[in-house]
Design a binder for this molecule. Structure first.
Ligand code: AMP
Length: 197
């Protein structure tokens, strides 16, 4: 089967909902490029770039990195793509980012196709994030410096205030699909696939 030249999927959902894991699998199976802004920003920190140093305190506090930085990163990332076959994981996170993304995608002639929203109850989200932090420590790594209970709670609060409005933004356009994010990885993945039919 030939793949359409463009396909744009945006994974929405709170921190800890499983967006990264599910997006990874969907990207592999559907030959899409996963663009995870959290990963890109952490990579800047690891490499000690000027940007990395500037954003570290913001990310460690569970706050959002300024919109102009994110928009420039995404613009760069999409600039030299042949076709736009992407999954966004963790972007957009504010209305300004969503609006800019629309402008950018319009320029590229690649409108948004699907917006799965992974829904998981708050307490389970915190549990998952704290478990992820502990597991990284047990595995001998340093893990993510923002995977602590305190920062996880802050990230949920930031999500509610700044990112939740995007549910209406995409909902109003009929692109949003509510996905129950509780269950095994396979179960949730199956629901995402059904939602994209
Ligand atoms: P994530 O890996 O998606 O949980 O992102 C980790 C952190 O990176 C967030 O808590 C923010 O500080 C920052 N970040 C990632 N994506 C964005 C975005 N789209 N807008 C602003 N900040 C972001």
């Amino acid at each position: 089967m030939t793949q359409p030249k463009n396909k744009v999927v945006i994974f929405l959902g709170p921190p800890g909902a499983g967006k990264g894991t599910q997006a990874e699998r969907l990207a592999a199976e559907q030959h899409l490029v996963k663009i995870s802004t959290g990963d890109i920003l952490r990579d800047h920190q690891d490499r000690g770039t000027e940007l990395g140093q500037r954003i570290k305190p913001i990310m460690d506090a569970g706050q959002l990195v300024p919109d102009d930085i994110l928009i420039a990163l995404i613009r760069d990332r999409l600039a030299d793509m042949e076709g736009v076959r992407v999954i966004f994981d963790g972007f957009p996170r504010t209305s300004a980012q969503a609006e800019e993304l629309d402008v950018l995608l319009e320029e590229l002639g690649a409108p948004v196709n699907h917006v799965p929203l992974l829904e998981v109850p708050d307490e389970l989200l915190i549990e998952r994030i704290v478990a992820r932090g502990k597991k990284a420590a047990e595995d001998g790594g340093t893990g993510r410096s923002d995977d602590t209970e305190e920062v996880a709670r802050k990230r949920q609060e930031v999500y509610r205030k700044q990112t939740q409005p995007l549910i209406d933004y995409y909902g109003a356009r009929g692109q949003l699909k509510h996905i129950d994010g509780v269950g095994s990885m396979d179960e949730v993945y199956g629901r995402i696939q059904d939602g994209m039919k």
